[in-house]
Design a protein around this ligand. Structure first.
Ligand code: FMN
Ligand code: SF4
Length: 518
């Protein structure tokens, strides 16, 4: 075997110099007359170690990182191709505790395979799920997904199998599979990582969804801020088509399924499923009233499955390894694993896939290693910009849909954003209102007008104007937003606002506290 090294092409690695490091290795190999293949993979998700260079050795892949261009010659001089020691040496990548302690089901191949190579995907258990779906047929496939307990990973946690069953039971006609890859939540990047690191798993998941529900065409709606993911998906779709895994009679079966990529124009609300459908149809991204559900009347008025990237990318392993295997992980009604994204002011940020049930404290303190600034953790926002802020007193909350709801929070898409003790929670609450005002689609009054009034009221509180009366006003306004909004953008904005007020009251009374102290 000729020597081989692996370097990520994931956006997170590229922005810390992975491309330059790969070029430097190529040059160094050529200068030294070494026959070494450089395979460009996705990322393992240990972002503080990127650019991570992995050397193929008989005992496994040995990691070195983070590597800069200036380190390349030194690494080769030290003999890393022969598995020699170096100060950047991390040992076997699979044995790095941060990776080893995970349960990688959805992310099983990410960082390992070449995302542009269909054969590599197949060599790593790829298309085993489709094989099973073709063997058992559409009805049994829907039941398998339902029995796995998989719930939508886009935020709402709706059971995927039930959604598929609804579409499958509509009369035969043109139906669609739409993959929601708008990924607008703060601190989230798992969808992007899958699309850049293991795009065939998403193609396989969408293909299975198509067979299960009778849909013959799929769209991946990707935010325009993800050019690398768009490119990776387009290349993978072409390769899958070339390899007979998309198009007519896929994998030699009687089923047709094809798909294409659509780039969004950049609006948070276009991640909301009905707004996304409007946008896909070429219209302004405005929320549709429900009912009708997209499962009945969706894209171009046809029955449509809309699922998040992670939901669809998890289907292949459910089909290949079985519903029971998958549902054995997790707790309560949260079955399987969740790819959690650790972000913000955190020492070890990245992608951590684990069974539901791990506590927030374990994620932030043990796995994340506390803040990057070294200061105490003060607040953690979970579930994107509409998620609640959790104080340290609630760090015993397990990662579970119902446990988070019981504490007036949400898991959302699994984003965990950490703040240290320099954070001003009144400003964060104002930011939530302002975010809602900026991103509102404008269709309903509580959100369109309420978010603007909310921002103004927060400004008054921050200035110390009639704090008590304005806090009562904000609380009242949040009730109106929560119960009167048409969609969750307005409906969930109260979560960050009210959690900040409830758990960090001292930040909302600063002028008065300051005056009392003087
Ligand atoms: C304002 C807003 C933004 C949303 N953004 C996303 C998003 O970026 N990605 C996503 O998958 N779901 C998003 N959702 C949830 C979708 O409406 C929908 O529930 C999801 O795509 C369904 O797929 P799932 O069942 O696989 O989670 C958003 C919802 C709202 C209200
Ligand atoms: S809550 Fe906001 S984003 Fe949602 S429909 Fe109403 S105006 Fe549009």
């Amino acid at each position: 075997m000729s020597a081989r090294i692996y370097i990520s092409r994931d956006s997170g690695a590229l922005c810390v110099g992975a491309e330059e490091v790969a070029t430097a290795f190529r040059k160094a190999f050529d200068n030294r007359g070494l026959d070494v293949e450089i395979v460009r993979t996705g990322s393992r998700g240990l972002y503080w170690l990127e650019p991570l260079v992995e050397v193929a050795r008989p005992e496994g892949r040995v990691g070195y990182g983070p590597v800069r261009v200036a380190d390349v010659d030194g690494l080769l001089d030290a003999g890393v191709l022969d598995g020699k020691k170096h100060k950047f040496g991390l040992g076997l990548v699979e044995d790095i505790p941060w990776l080893k302690s995970q349960t990688r089901l959805t992310f099983a191949r990410c960082g390992i395979v070449d995302p542009r190579n269909l054969e590599d995907y197949k060599a790593h258990k790829g298309y085993k799920g489709l094989e099973k779906a073709l063997a058992v047929g559409p009805e049994a496939t829907v039941e398998e997904v339902a029995n796995s307990g998989l719930r939508g990973r886009g935020g709402a946690g709706f059971p995927t199998g039930i959604k598929w069953r609804t579409v499958a039971q509509t009369p035969p006609q043109q139906k669609y599979i739409v993959c929601n890859a708008d990924e607008g939540d703060s601190g989230t990047f798992a969808d992007r990582m899958i699309m850049e690191g293991d795009p065939f798993v998403l193609i396989e998941g969408m293909t299975i969804a198509g067979i299960a529900t009778g849909a013959t065409h799929g769209y991946v709606y990707i935010r325009s801020e993800y050019p690398h993911a768009i490119e990776a998906m387009e290349i993978a779709i072409r390769e899958a088509r070339k390899g007979g895994m998309l198009g007519k009679r896929i994998a030699g079966s009687k089923y047709d399924f094809d798909m294409e990529v659509r780039a969004g124009a950049g609006a948070y609300v276009c991640g909301e499923e009905t707004s996304l459908l409007e946008s896909l149809e070429g219209k302004r991204g405005e929320v549709r009233a429900k009912p009708p559900l997209p499962a009945h009347i969706g894209l171009f008025g046809k029955p449509t499955v809309i699922n998040n990237v992670l939901s669809l990318a998890t289907v292949p392993i459910i089909m290949s390894d079985g519903a029971t295997f998958y549902r054995d992980f997790g707790m309560g009604k949260s079955r399987g694993t969740m790819p959690i994204q650790l972000a913000g002011n955190i020492k070890h940020g990245g992608l951590y896939e684990t069974a539901f049930g791990i506590t927030l404290g374990a994620l932030v303190d043990d796995i994340g290693g506390g803040t990057r600034s070294g200061r105490p953790v003060r607040a953690v926002q979970v579930g994107g910009p509409l998620g609640a802020y959790f104080p340290r007193e609630l760090f015993d909350t397990p990662f579970d849909y119902e446990a988070f709801t019981a504490r007036d929070g949400l898991i959302g898409h699994g984003g965990v954003v950490v703040f240290d003790d320099t954070v001003d929670m009144a400003k964060q609450a104002r930011f939530a209102m302002e975010f809602c005002a900026i991103e509102s689609c404008g269709k309903c009054t509580p959100c369109r007008i309420g978010s603007v009034r909310g921002t103004e009221t927060m400004d008054k509180i921050i200035r110390g104007e009639r704090v008590e009366a304005n806090l009562a006003l904000i609380t009242d306004l949040c009730q109106t937003l929560k119960f009167g909004s048409l969609c969750a953008l307005g409906g969930f904005t109260p979560y960050p606002v009210m959690s900040a007020i409830r758990h960090f009251p001292e930040d909302f009374d600063r002028p008065r506290l300051k005056a009392a102290a003087e």
